[in-house]
Design a protein around this ligand. Structure first.
Ligand SMILES: CC(C)(COP(=O)(O)OP(=O)(O)OC[C@H]1O[C@@H](n2cnc3c(N)ncnc32)[C@H](O)[C@@H]1OP(=O)(O)O)[C@@H](O)C(=O)NCCC(=O)NCCS
Length: 332
């Protein structure tokens, strides 16, 4: 049985920066309200020509180059998104095309904010069995074209940003650079507390003028319930990863990279598990919540800042719509 490791990481965000002040010109909100409740100061939103596929391909190119590989070395693309460029086919084949690749499999997955964790787990298992040598895992999201950018949608619209992060997962050659374990969970009993109802094949017709008039094609969220879910499930997933790997004290973890949904959530989680502030990194301030892309974007920055060093014990943790949650423990 082989083990896997992260060989290279990349990220890409749209050029356009949208500040809280700009949003306040489009809806009744304020910079102070957004910063106080979420920590977010600005986010990147796409312009014409930028898509999940272009962002995903740019992040992938950097990850492949940093892995010391070429696109032709990739055996499988796993692309996580809740915002595919089109209804079908999935965004994976468009990234494959942008990278100039042919005939390798493309697996599109969802799992929303936990999508990158699920993707890493899939890659890890394909490497472990020996079926593939190099798996590209991409989180790519374009939220901005689907948000209700008005006062009616302000509770959701201010939270989300566009962007992509990617890693190449390959075979580990020692025990200092290795994915140690992955932990995945889901509970559909409250699936509707964060969802977009229309268009939907469960509805007849899939979309109607009435549904649109009721703004049901925009995402809706019970923010308080999601918050509670997050601060319960993330500590559980971290503890599960620690127990599996015999990590007895939180102090043994060198860096926690949490999904970037809300700075307050992440501060509360760190406090609950007794993690020193310097042992976690957040960059939601600049990017907002980029769902499946948030963990690789945050990890990319932590590495650039020298906060993650080779051989460090790193825990990745996420929660999201579905509801879904999970963690990954690795040595970088
Ligand atoms: C969304 C969130 C920041 C809202 O914070 P909150 O303290 O729960 O705020 P509330 O929902 O109670 O809203 C308080 C008031 O602010 C208003 N409000 C909502 N969004 C606003 C905005 N962008 N600007 C100004 N006011 C806003 C509400 O309408 C409400 O007004 P009311 O009291 O007159 O009804 C918070 O619930 C949250 O972060 N939840 C988790 C969301 C999340 O992580 N989602 C992604 C999951 S992956």
């Amino acid at each position: 049985m082989y083990r896997s490791r992260i060989m290279g990481i990349g990220m890409s965000v749209p050029k356009r920066v949208v500040t809280n002040h700009e949003l306040a010109t489009k809806m009744e909100t304020s910079h102070d309200w957004i910063v106080e409740r979420t920590g977010i100061e600005e986010r990147h939103w796409v312009s014409e020509g930028e898509t999940g596929a272009t962002l995903g391909a740019a992040a992938a190119r950097e990850a492949i180059q940093r892995a010391g590989l070429e696109p032709k070395d990739i055996d499988l693309i796993v692309l996580a998104t809740l915002s595919p460029d089109f209804n079908f086919p999935g965004t994976g084949v468009f990234v494959q095309r942008e990278l100039g690749l042919k005939e390798i499999p493309c697996l599109d997955i969802r799992q929303q904010c936990t999508g990158f964790i699920y993707g890493l787990s899939i890659a890890d298992n394909f490497i472990r069995t020996g079926q593939y040598k190099h798996v590209l895992v991409i989180g790519a999201e374009v939220h901005s074209t689907g948000l209700d950018i008005s006062t009616a949608g302000r509770d959701v619209a201010v939270l989300f940003g566009d962007g992509s992060g990617a890693v190449v997962v390959g075979r580990a050659t020692d025990d200092q650079h290795v994915i140690l374990s992955t932990h995945l969970h889901a509970d559909g009993s409250e699936a509707e507390i964060l969802w977009t109802e229309y268009p939907a094949s469960a509805r007849h017709p899939r979309i109607s003028a009435e549904a649109m008039a009721e703004r049901k094609h925009f995402p809706t969220m019970n923010g308080k319930k999601v918050f509670k879910h997050a601060v319960t499930r993330m500590p559980q997933a971290i503890m599960e990863a620690m127990q599996t790997n015999g990590v007895k004290s939180i102090a043994e973890i060198d860096m926690l990279i949490p999904h970037q949904a809300n700075l307050r959530i992440n501060q509360m989680v760190a406090q609950m598990i007794g993690l020193a502030p310097e042992k976690t990194h957040n960059n939601i301030q600049k990017y907002g919540n980029t769902t499946a892309a948030s963990i690789p974007i945050c990890m990319h920055e932590a590495i650039a800042l020298g906060k993650i060093q080779p051989g460090n014990l790193v825990c990745l943790v996420a929660f999201g719509a579905g509801l879904t949650w999970g963690s990954v423990m690795l040595r970088y």
